[in-house]
Design a protein around this ligand. Structure first.
Ligand code: AMP
Ligand code: MG
Ligand code: MG
Length: 313
C-alpha cells in the first residue's frame, strides 16, 4: 500500500510521524532542563531542542527520501542520531486518502521540504509552551502544497491533571491542497468584528502601524507562525498580520499549505504568494498577511498604509 502511494503523499505521511517524534524530543529537553541556549542574532534564539528536533526530522526524511531537497532553519544537520529517533512509520490516515490528480506524478526534483524544528523558541524558553510547534512544509515547484504542524504541548495543562503519559501528549495537524486536512476540525473565524493575531516578541513600528490601520476589535499576541495560523483555522482569529521582514520560508510553508487546504490564504503585504523553491532567499521580506476561510483577503489588504507597503519590499 505505502509504496504504491504517490511520492508527495508518502513524504507527508512520513513528515507527520517525524514531527511527532521531534515533538517528544522537545519535551524531553525541557524536562531535563538544560536548554543550551545560543543567540543566533538579535532577538533570535536557538536551544538544544531546536538542534535535536531538526536532526531527528532530517535523519528521518533524508533516509526515506534521499533525493529531495530539505532546508532546515538550523542549517546543515548531522544525521547520525540515536536509533530511537528514527521512525520509518508513515501516518496511515494520510496514506489512505486519495491524492489529487495534479500531485500524482510529482518527481523528487520538484519538491523542497522546509523544516522549522521548533517554531516559537522565544516562547519555549519563557515557558509559554502552547505556542510551540514543529513545522514541516512541502513545496512543489515553488508552491506550498502540503504541510504538518505538530504542537508538542497541546492542552498540556489539562493533560497533566489527567496524568496522561508523555507519549500521548501533543497533536499533529496536516493538510494537502485538494486532498484535505487531518488532526483537527476547521472552525469558521469570528463573525462579530475583526480579530487579528500577531507577534508577541518581534514587534516594531511597522508591525504596530499595520495593526493600527486595521482597527481590529481584538489583537491576540502570541508566539510562532504555526500557532498563529492554527488560531485562524480553529475559529479564534480572522487574520494574522506581521508587517516585518523577520519570518522565514520555514515559518510559513507548512502553515500556508494547511491554511490553503481549508480555503484560507497566506501572502505578503502586497498580496503576492511566496515562492518556496530551493534557491529563494530565506526571509519573507514582504511580511506575512494571512486570512481565515471566508475572509476577504484583498479587501483587508487595502487597509494597510502605503508606508507599510513601501517598507516591506
Ligand atoms: P513571532 O510571530 O514573533 O513568534 O515570529 C514568527 C517566526 O518568525 C518565529 O520563528 C520567529 O523566530 C521568526 N521571526 C520573526 N521576527 C523575527 C526577527 N526579527 N528575528 C528573527 N526571527 C524572527
Ligand atoms: Mg519559526
Ligand atoms: Mg525555529
Amino acid at each position: 500500500m505505502a509504496q504504491s502511494c504517490p511520492l508527495l503523499q508518502r513524504i507527508l505521511a512520513s513528515s507527520v510521524t517525524a514531527a511527532a517524534r521531534a515533538g517528544k524530543i522537545i519535551r524531553d529537553v525541557m524536562s531535563l532542563g538544560e536548554l543550551g541556549i545560543v543567540e543566533k542574532g538579535k532577538n533570535d534564539l536557538q536551544t538544544e531542542a531546536d538542534r535535536s528536533a531538526q536532526r531527528c526530522i532530517m535523519a528521518n526524511l533524508s533516509q526515506q527520501f534521499p533525493k529531495i531537497a530539505i532546508i532546515g532553519e538550523e542549517g546543515p544537520s548531522n544525521c547520525e542520531v540515536p536509533s530511537d529517533w528514527v521512525t520509518l512509520e508513515q501516518d496511515q490516515d494520510v496514506l489512505t486518502k486519495l491524492c489529487p490528480n495534479d500531485y500524482m506524478k510529482v518527481a523528487d526534483e520538484d519538491i523542497v521540504v522546509w523544516v522549522d524544528p521548533l517554531d516559537g523558541t522565544s516562547e519555549y524558553t519563557q515557558g509559554l509552551l502552547e505556542h510551540v510547534t514543529v513545522l514541516i512544509g512541502i513545496a512543489v515547484k515553488g508552491k506550498a502544497v502540503a504541510g504538518v504542524i505538530h504542537q508538542p504541548y497541546y492542552n498540556y495543562k489539562q493533560n497533566q491533571q489527567q496524568c496522561k503519559t508523555d507519549n500521548n501528549l501533543g497533536r499533529t495537524l496536516w493538510g494537502l491542497v485538494g486532498m484535505g486536512v487531518g488532526g483537527f476540525t476547521p472552525i469558521n473565524p469570528p463573525q462579530n468584528g475583526l480579530v487579528v493575531a500577531t507577534t508577541r516578541s518581534h514587534s516594531d513600528k511597522m508591525v504596530q502601524m499595520a495593526l493600527d490601520a486595521l482597527k481590529p476589535q481584538e489583537i491576540i499576541k502570541v508566539g510562532g507562525a504555526g500557532y498563529k495560523v492554527m488560531l485562524l483555522m480553529e475559529g479564534k482569529a480572522n487574520a494574522y498580520v506581521f508587517a516585518s521582514k523577520g519570518c522565514k520560508k520555514w515559518d510559513t510553508c507548512a502553515p500556508e499549505a494547511i491554511l490553503t487546504a481549508i480555503g484560507g490564504k497566506l501572502t505578503d503585504v502586497h498580496g503576492e504568494y511566496y515562492c518556496y523553491d530551493a534557491n529563494v532567499q530565506y526571509p519573507n521580506k514582504g511580511g506575512v498577511f494571512a486570512t481565515a476561510k471566508g475572509v476577504n483577503h484583498g479587501e483587508l489588504l487595502t487597509k494597510l498604509p502605503q508606508e507599510v507597503r513601501d517598507t516591506l519590499v
